[in-house]
Design a protein around this ligand. Sequence first.
Ligand SMILES: C[S@@+](CC[C@H](N)C(=O)[O-])C[C@H]1O[C@@H](n2cnc3c(N)ncnc32)[C@H](O)[C@@H]1O
Length: 206
Amino acid sequence: MITNPDIENYIYNLSIPEDPILLEMEKLGHKTGFPIVDRIVGRFLYIITKIKKPKLIVELGSGFGYSGYWFAKALDNGKVVLTDFSLENLNLAEKFFETGGLLKKAEFKAGDAIEIASTYKNIDILFIDIQKAKYKKAIETLKDNISTGGLVIADNTLWQGKVLEEHPDRQTKGIKEFNEYMFSNPDFFSVLIPIRDGVLLSYKLK
Ligand SMILES: C[S@@+](CC[C@H](N)C(=O)[O-])C[C@H]1O[C@@H](n2cnc3c(N)ncnc32)[C@H](O)[C@@H]1O
């Protein structure tokens, strides 16, 4: 945790999702140790989506659909594309979406997330939550597929604080290179928000 654990717990416990599907997904994530973005970031994704009113959200790394479900819930008139290597988890995501009545707002695509995303143009929100060593490749490959005025949101961009290490491992190096790219590229205006494990939010200027 990046923030004081008591503060993190305080923020976490300020809300309980009213939607029983989200609660079930949280339980599953906690029970199996599967790294969902969890409630604090989920609510952040929901608010950003409500403000932005995107037509197309593409998610890199969807697991069993927790983050994608928050996006879909907030969509008025658009769709979210969920991607993952694991067809089994995507099938589970599809079941959650079906039970929650959100199936019409989503597409589920199994395979390499970057390859799948590169088949979409005019992406309004690109959400990145795959292997950390692939973040920079993801944005380099997909930057022209994002609309001007579109957003990039990337999870784990403080990587349990390992970004401060002098001799970072491969994943940490990936995150650091991605953060530096997003802050130095003149096409993007970025901020790194220290909620949970760090969330980078970036606006595509041109
Ligand atoms: C952190 S989890 C995603 C959690 C999800 N965003 C959520 O909050 O519920 C990362 C997922 O990305 C998938 N993944 C990692 N690299 C990938 C890639 N290059 N292409 C497709 N899926 C990938 C893994 O299989 C894993 O399910």
